[in-house]
Design a protein around this ligand. Structure first.
Ligand code: C2E
Ligand code: CA
Ligand code: CA
Ligand code: CA
Length: 279
């Protein structure tokens, strides 16, 4: 950014498109947010389809900026990836999620699986396994309770490397999930060479299972193949009882979605857990 006048930073440089100017403004605000604790995590429960118990939680990035308002992760992540900020942000997410889980446990809540989303850039970073190990040591978080969520495309960018890294994470005891399954280009046959525990079927399929025969067929086929490969199924974006019944009939193991709860602040998540224990 160019200095114009005394404290007036001008982001708009000659030849810059409006979109580029917006990006650089976001980037600058994002850098400031990282330094000033401006980012936070919300937590969405993962539910056992069979018992209705809360079996885990997914950490989701949130950013409230005074000038920009709430910036959704779908806007933050691409900019963070383009600027390299995804590495410090990703590490912060991992550390904060592990600490939060420990804090809940210290307050008497049962320890839940903590799922964290990963970007391809993190996976392909040469220090990634070290970073994960360091955070686990620092936070004393049990690796068996950490789950990392990766998209098919993140793995397929460099499959040989990804398979080596995933194996090392698995050796540490960490669980691995494929996120947004069905939206990428890979298939289950390709995935069998990766040490994966779960497939999360993308919300776009879940939301269509009652109304779109093709979505229902795809969903059924994915579950059948996942079962035969010993992969657990997580249905994303379950919003209705009918969708849940569909998943239950197919013996899918877990679901997430507004039917149970949206992502909640740490305080609200505690209130949510309290209300379930009593009922
Ligand atoms: P995702 O990992 O597929 O997360 C699920 C998204 O669906 C979340 O949106 C969640 O709030 C939303 N969702 C959950 N249940 C329902 C439902 O029943 N109905 C509807 N309509 N939506 C539901 P969110 O929090 O906006 O996150 C969007 C995406 O941003 C995530 O998709 C993930 O790809 C990315 N993301 C979020 N946090 C992080 C992070 O810490 N690191 C990375 N690399 N990516 C992140
Ligand atoms: Ca996810
Ligand atoms: Ca997903
Ligand atoms: Ca998604």
């Amino acid at each position: 950014a160019k200095e114009s006048g005394r404290n007036n930073v001008q982001f708009f440089e000659p030849g810059m498109t409006l979109a580029a100017a917006k990006c650089s403004r976001l980037e600058n605000r994002l850098r400031a947010a990282i330094e000033s604790d401006g980012l936070s995590l919300f937590y969405q429960p993962k539910v056992s389809v069979f018992s209705g118990d809360i079996v885990g939680v997914e950490a989701l990035l949130r950013w409230y900026d005074e000038e920009l308002g709430n910036v959704p992760p779908d806007e933050i992540i691409p900019i963070a990836e383009d600027t390299g900020l995804i590495l410090p942000i990703g590490e912060w997410v991992l550390r904060t999620a592990c600490r939060q889980s420990q804090a809940w446990q210290a307050q008497g809540y049962p320890l839940l699986m903590m799922a964290v989303n990963l970007s391809a850039i993190q996976l392909n970073n040469k220090n990634f396994v070290q970073v994960v190990k360091r955070v686990l040591e620092e936070t004393q978080f049990p690796p068996e309770y950490l789950e990392l969520e990766l998209t098919e495309s993140a793995i397929m960018q460099n499959p040989d490397r990804a398979s080596m890294i995933l194996r090392r994470l698995r050796e540490l005891g960490i669980a691995l999930s494929i996120d947004d399954f069905g939206t990428g280009y890979s298939n289950l046959a390709q995935l069998k060479r990766f040490p994966i525990d779960r497939l999360k079927i993308d919300r776009s399929f879940t939301s269509g299972v009652m109304t779109d025969v093709q979505d229902a067929a795809i969903f059924r086929a994915v579950v059948a193949m996942a079962h035969s490969l010993n992969l657990e199924i997580v249905a994303e974006g379950v919003e209705t009882l009918e969708q849940l019944a569909f998943v239950r009939d197919l013996k899918g193991q877990q679901y997430q979605g507004y039917l149970c709860s949206k992502a909640l602040s740490p305080e609200d998540f505690q209130v949510f857990l309290d209300s379930r224990v009593r009922t």
